[in-house]
Structure formats: structure tokens, C-alpha cells
Design a protein around this ligand. Sequence first.
Ligand SMILES: CC(C)(COP(=O)(O)OP(=O)(O)OC[C@H]1O[C@@H](n2cnc3c(N)ncnc32)[C@H](O)[C@@H]1OP(=O)(O)O)[C@@H](O)C(=O)NCCC(=O)NCCS
Length: 158
Amino acid sequence: MKMQLKKILIEQVEVKSQFQVNKLILEGKELEKSLKYCLSKFTEGILDPDVAGKSPDRFIDNLQKNVLGNFSKRYIINAYDGKEIIGILVGLPQESEFLHIYGLHVAPEYRNKGVASTLLSKCINDMFIRNVREILLDVHTDNKPAYNLYKKFDFHEI
Ligand SMILES: CC(C)(COP(=O)(O)OP(=O)(O)OC[C@H]1O[C@@H](n2cnc3c(N)ncnc32)[C@H](O)[C@@H]1OP(=O)(O)O)[C@@H](O)C(=O)NCCC(=O)NCCS
């Protein structure tokens, strides 16, 4: 079952991590290539039946065509181990007050090492600083790793 979860941002969270996080600042074809790479490679083993085994092309096309929100205002960050990209978080502001996270993916060999927690913490802190007060996302209850992660970060069902 798919459900929408929401977190109200009341304070910043502590980021304890060995992994660096940077904003994805590419544009055009380079951006598309990077998104394709991350969203193909890092969805391996995904437990969401709506996404599992599917190419990310349609999602990327929808992003670029502003179907999910204003792509020019996108919030996309990557986690790195040295120079290697190991995780991605894709968010789009819906109105000035909230951000919708449309993807949070970690390279299979880097899972369970706190990479997603690092990306989510950075996102929460960046949004808090920008006066964004809510983060929304959709999760499939069968996707236990993702569901547990969001619950750990105090996301609640709407
Ligand atoms: C979901 C996902 C992003 C988690 O990334 P991660 O870097 O492994 O997560 P973290 O190491 O930061 O784990 C944080 C918390 O998530 C939960 N979690 C992570 N992996 C889990 C697993 N295999 N089983 C159960 N809970 C899990 C736990 O609550 C964990 O906290 P804990 O370590 O104190 O138990 C990763 O499994 C992934 O990329 N999955 C495929 C893509 C996907 O499904 N994305 C989400 C939907 S868009």
C-alpha cells in the first residue's frame, strides 16, 4: 500500500557522517546523464512495486516537463565516497512552504551505512534554513528499508 508521509520541520538535525554531500549543479544533457546513472544504478533491489524493474526515463521526463513541480527550483543532492557518487535525493518545492521528496536512493553496496540518513538530514537542515516547514513524500509500505528510515526521522502518515 502506498501512503503519503509528512514531516514538520521544527529544528535542525545533527549530521554525523563520513560521507560528503553536495548539491547537483549540472544542467541540460549532463544533468540528464547524471540522473539516469543514479536512478538506474541505485534502484537495484528496490522494494516499491511501482518502481521496481522500471527504467527511470519516464520519471526524468516528467521532472523535466515540470509534471511534478517546477524543475528549475529542484533540490537535488548527491552523497559521495571520495569522488564516487553513492546516493541521491531528488526534491521539488511545491509551494514556498513545503518540499516533496520524489526519490532517495543509495548504491546497493553502500546501504545500511547511514548514507540515506546523511542525505535526509542535509535536506531537512537546508529546508529549515530556507524557512520551508514541511517535507512530504510517498512510500510503499512493502518498502521496509524506506518506510523504517522515514519513521526514524519522524515522518507521519497524513
Ligand atoms: C531506502 C534506502 C534509501 C535506505 O538507505 P540506507 O543508506 O541504507 O539507509 P541508512 O543506512 O541511512 O538507514 C537508516 C534507517 O533506515 C532503516 N533501514 C535501512 N535499511 C533497512 C533495511 N534493510 N531493513 C529495515 N530497515 C532499514 C532503518 O531504520 C535504519 O536505521 P538503523 O540503522 O538505526 O536501523 C536504500 O535501501 C535504497 O536506496 N533502497 C532502494 C531505493 C528506495 O527504495 N528508495 C526509497 C523510495 S524512493
